[in-house]
Every structure is written in C-alpha cells, then in structure tokens.
Design a binder for this molecule. Structure first.
Ligand SMILES: [Zn+2]
Length: 225
C-alpha cells in the first residue's frame, strides 16, 4: 500500500553562478542530508529500492525546439547514469510524453505515465509555475513513498524551459549541475552547505557527483535482500 505525500519543495537557486573556489578550503567532509530532514520525521532516509527492477522515466519537452529537446534528453540521460552508478538502481527512458502540471500540488501527470516506479521530468516555461521565480531554475522531489518501508516509488523534476533554451556559454555546466541536483532530491537527498557538493542549493557548475552525495545515495537506497 503506498502513501502519497505532497512535500515541501526544495528549490535550487540561481543565478548565483560564481564557480566555487576550492583552493585553501579544508578537505571535503563526506556529508549529506535526507530530503525529509526537517520536513517529515517519519520519512527521513527514505530512498528508492534495488528491488524496483524497472524504474522508468519520461520527459515533456513540448516547450523546447526538437533540436534542444534531443540535446537535453542526452544530458538528462547522463545525469541518470551518474545516479545509477552511485545507487545501483537502473533507470530506463521511455520517451517523451505530454504531461499536465498542477500549480496546486506541483505534480506532473499524464494519461500513460505509470504511477509507480516512475520519474516524471518536464521542461516548463516560467509562467507555468509560480515556483519558477527569477532565481529558481527548477525543482525536484519524491512524489510517492511507501511509509512503512521508507521506499520512494515515484518522483518528479521540473526544469525552467528558458534555462534549457539559453545559448550562453555557461549553460551546459549549469544544466548538468541542475539535473544532477534535482535528481538528487528525487533520490531522497536534501541540501548541504558544502559548495563542492551537487546538493548545495546554489549552482556551482559542477558536473560530477561528489563523495558526499555518493555515500548519501548509497545510505538511503534500500538493498534488495
Ligand atoms: Zn535543491
């Protein structure tokens, strides 16, 4: 039996795009937090399970030109691969979909989308969501959790379409950082203060998961016994 929960959203902030200066900083501590820290005590350390053999994801790219859409699908795929490597989970892309976004629940739905073992991704123009204010580039979250086992069974990620369309030179690293970050929330991770971590709420143009979120992801992901 699943329990659907509407969560507080965890937003990634921009456009503070200063690259983190890692020189002279102490050695990075391996730290992470649960998405549910400070939000829902009963769900802290919820994560996906390796028993979920077929976790699918689909994307709504209606707001993007076809060329941009294929480029961003490739980029998303790389972000999913990094998280797959960190968690031992497998993610399978099922294609594009036409999704409906609800401003009241912030959920993405479609007629064909599975309700479980699925991650919905959508590129939305800023005007479609009041959450996509000027310095917010996207948001991501688990959308359904089996409370008794703290197993996440569905997630959603929204990206501001204007950011994906941007042709500025910084855009590729910004998007890599953004996708990894929002998927980190979908995996069950919360924010950390270390600016060398993908889960820092500011974009530092990071393109690789750090040891912190790798161990965090391993810690919340349930093994299949
Ligand atoms: Zn965030």
């Amino acid at each position: 039996m699943s329990t659907s929960v509407v969560f507080l959203l965890s937003l990634i902030a921009g456009p503070s795009l200063a690259v983190a200066d890692t020189k002279g900083l102490p050695k990075q501590k391996v730290t992470f937090s649960s998405f549910f820290d400070g939000k829902n005590e009963n769900l802290i350390d919820s994560g996906w399970s390796q028993c979920q053999m077929d976790i699918t994801w689909s994307v709504d790219t209606d707001a993007l030109a076809p060329k941009v859409a294929s480029r961003e699908i490739r980029r998303l795929n790389s972000a999913f691969e990094q998280w797959s490597d960190a968690t031992g989970l497998n993610f399978r892309f099922t294609g594009t979909d036409h999704m409906t976004y609800s401003t009241s629940t912030n959920q993405l739905t479609s007629e064909t989308m599975p309700r479980e073992d699925h991650i919905a991704v959508a590129f939305l123009p800023a005007r479609m969501s009041p959450l996509l204010s000027e310095n917010v580039y996207g948001f991501g979250m688990p959308t359904s959790v089996i409370a008794s086992t703290r197993t996440i069974v569905a997630g959603a990620m929204v990206v501001k379409a204007e950011i994906a369309r941007s042709k500025t030179r910084s855009a590729p690293n910004v998007l890599d950082n953004l996708y990894l970050h929002e998927l980190g929330h979908v995996m069950g991770l919360g924010h950390v203060k270390d600016s060398r971590s993908i889960m820092n709420p500011i974009i530092h143009k990071l393109t690789e998961l750090s040891p912190g979120e790798r161990s965090g992801a391993q810690s919340v992901t349930k093994l299949c016994n």
